[in-house]
Ligand binder design. Structure first.
Ligand code: LFR
Length: 470
C-alpha cells in the first residue's frame, strides 16, 4: 500500500481528489476523481450543491482507498468568499449561495454609508468586489434576519467540508481574510467592523493558521474507509494554495483558472491610495506572507462561451480557433462588471464592442480571440500597475493553474509584456494543498524545500518576446 496525502481541490467549475506522494524528493500526483461543480437555482438564488460536493469528496476518498493508497492526511481547498451558517446543534441553516448571485446588488453602497471605503481598505486590505462575504452577510441580514439571529457558527465552504469530515469547527485564516472582515494587522476578526455592521461576533471563531492538524476523520468515516487519516488545514482558499506552488518568490504570478489572480507576494499589506485606486487586494498567505493581487475576470468568460455553445468546443479548440482569426482585433475591458454574470456572455461582449465602436465578434474564433487578447491586455496593464505601486521592476511572470497551458495567450503575453514567461505547474492548487500537508507532517522540511521539489517534479516552459519558445 502506498502512503499518500490527499488534496481535495474544488473550483467554481470542477473539483478533483488528487493523491500525492514523495519518492526521492520527487512529488508524484494521481488524479483519483474529477467531478463537475455547477451553480444551481434554488428558490430564485444561485447556489452550490454543497451536499453533492461532499458526496463527491467521499467518492474520491473511497476510490483512493480502493486504489490501494493509504491516506496519511487530507485537506480541502475551494474558491473563496462563500459561506454557510450552522445553528446551535451544528445543523446547516443556509444554502451555500454562490457569489455570482444577485443578492448583493446595491449592498456595497449600503455598507459604505456605514463604513467609509478608505477606512475599510486600511483596516482589512481587501479589494472591493460586490461579492465579498461582508456584502453577502449584510444582504442576508437584510433579506433573512431570522437566519443571522439563529446562527451559532459561520463557516466558509472548505471549513464546512472539513467540519463534515471531522466534526471540528474552524475558520481557516487564508480564506477568512477574503471575507473583508479580518483586520490586516491583527489577523483576527475586526470587532469594530462587525459592530458597525451589527453582525454577531460570536458566530466567528478565532482564525486558524494553515499547516496544522484539526484532528482525525470522524469515527464513522474511519470505519467506512478503514483509514485513520488526519485532516490538515492547507491554505483553504484555492489561490493561497496555488501561490504556495509558484516556481520562485521574486516573480509576478498569475494563477489562471476561472479567475486570473495576478500579483506578487509581500511581507506587509500595501494599502496606499494607489493600491486602492487600482483595487488591489492583500489576502492572507499560507506562508505568513501577503498576496498582493488583482482579480481579473479570467477563463470564466471562456467557460461561459463553452457552455453557450453546448460544449461543442473544447478549451484547446478555442485556442486553435483564436490562432486562425488574425485579422480580428476588438478588445474589451474584462473587468467590466457586466461580465460577472451576464444573461449571455456572447451578447454582453457584442454590446461592449458595439458601444466602443469596434468590430462585433460573430464566430466562435472571434469570440475566443477577443477574450484571450483582452485578458492579455489586462495582464500587461496589471503588471505595470504592480510595478508602479511596489516601485519594483519584475523581469518574469510565472503563470500557474489550468490556464497556463494556453499557448496562444502565453505567446501573446510574452510579446506584449516584454517579460519572460514561465509556465506551470498547471496543478498548482492541488500541489500547494499537498505540500502544506507534507510540511505539517514533517515529510517536507520547509517551504524552500517544497519549491525545490516542485521545480524538480514538474516541467515548465519558457516564453520570450516574439513568441519564441525556449
Ligand atoms: C479563485 C477565487 C479567487 C476569488 C474568487 C471568488 O478560484 O478563489 O481568489 O476571488 O475565486 O471566490
Amino acid at each position: 500500500m502506498q502512503k499518500c496525502n490527499v488534496a481535495v481541490d474544488i473550483g467554481a467549475s470542477s473539483g478533483r481528489v488528487i493523491v500525492g506522494y514523495l519518492i526521492d524528493e520527487h512529488l508524484y500526483l494521481e488524479e483519483i476523481h474529477r467531478f463537475d461543480n455547477d451553480m444551481l437555482e434554488k428558490k430564485g438564488q444561485l447556489c452550490w450543491d454543497i451536499d453533492r460536493l461532499f458526496q463527491e469528496i467521499k467518492t474520491g476518498i473511497t476510490l483512493t482507498v480502493k486504489a490501494n493508497f493509504q491516506p496519511i492526511s487530507i485537506g480541502v481547498d475551494t474558491w473563496a468568499v462563500d459561506f454557510v451558517l450552522l445553528d446551535k446543534d451544528k445543523n446547516r441553516i443556509t444554502e451555500a449561495v454562490c457569489y455570482r448571485d444577485h443578492r448583493t446588488d446595491g449592498i456595497m453602497e449600503q455598507v459604505h454609508t456605514k463604513v467609509d471605503k478608505k477606512t475599510l481598505y486600511t483596516q482589512t486590505g481587501i479589494q472591493f468586489q460586490p461579492f465579498n462575504t461582508i456584502y453577502q452577510l449584510v444582504a442576508l441580514q437584510n433579506q433573512h434576519p431570522e437566519l443571522i439571529e439563529k446562527a451559532h457558527y459561520f463557516l466558509m465552504i472548505p471549513d464546512y467540508l472539513h467540519y463534515l469530515l471531522t466534526g471540528t469547527i474552524t475558520n481557516e485564516y487564508t480564506n477568512a481574510t477574503t471575507t473583508q472582515l479580518v483586520n490586516a494587522s491583527t489577523q483576527r476578526w475586526d470587532q469594530s467592523l462587525l459592530q458597525q455592521l451589527e453582525l454577531p461576533s460570536h458566530i466567528f471563531s478565532e482564525p486558524s493558521k494553515p499547516m496544522q492538524s484539526i484532528g482525525l476523520l470522524k469515527q464513522s468515516l474511519q470505519e467506512e474507509w478503514q483509514c485513520q487519516a488526519q485532516v490538515i488545514l492547507p491554505g483553504t482558499h484555492d489561490t493561497a494554495s496555488a501561490v504556495l506552488a509558484t516556481l520562485a518568490d521574486d516573480t509576478i504570478f498569475i494563477s489562471s483558472g476561472t479567475w486570473s489572480l495576478m500579483g506578487v507576494e509581500h511581507d506587509q499589506p500595501i494599502t496606499t491610495d494607489e493600491a486602492l485606486t487600482y483595487n488591489f487586494t492583500n489576502e492572507g498567505g499560507a506562508n505568513e506572507r501577503i498576496r498582493f493581487l488583482k482579480n481579473i475576470m479570467g477563463l470564466w468568460m471562456i467557460q461561459e462561451l463553452k457552455r453557450e455553445y453546448n460544449d461543442r468546443y473544447s478549451f484547446s479548440d478555442f485556442v486553435e480557433l483564436a490562432f486562425q482569426e488574425n485579422a480580428f482585433t476588438s478588445v474589451i475591458n474584462v473587468n467590466d462588471q457586466r461580465f460577472l454574470k451576464p444573461e449571455c456572455m456572447q451578447v454582453a461582449i457584442q454590446q461592449y464592442c458595439q458601444e466602443t465602436k469596434q468590430l462585433i465578434p460573430q464566430t466562435v474564433g472571434q469570440f475566443a480571440k477577443c477574450i484571450f487578447d483582452s485578458l492579455v491586455e489586462s495582464y500587461s496593464q496589471t503588471a505595470k500597475e504592480i510595478e508602479k505601486i511596489t516601485g519594483k521592476r519584475y523581469n518574469a511572470i510565472n503563470i500557474i493553474g489550468g490556464g497556463s497551458k494556453n499557448r496562444y495567450m502565453n505567446e501573446k503575453l510574452a510579446e506584449k509584456s516584454g517579460k519572460t514567461l514561465y509556465t506551470g505547474p498547471d496543478e498548482a492548487t492541488a500541489i500547494g494543498n499537498l505540500v502544506a500537508q507534507m510540511i505539517t507532517t514533517g515529510q517536507i522540511a520547509s517551504i524552500e524545500e517544497s519549491k525545490n521539489i516542485i521545480n524538480k517534479s514538474f516541467a515548465s516552459q519558457k516564453f520570450e518576446r516574439r513568441g519564441e519558445k525556449a
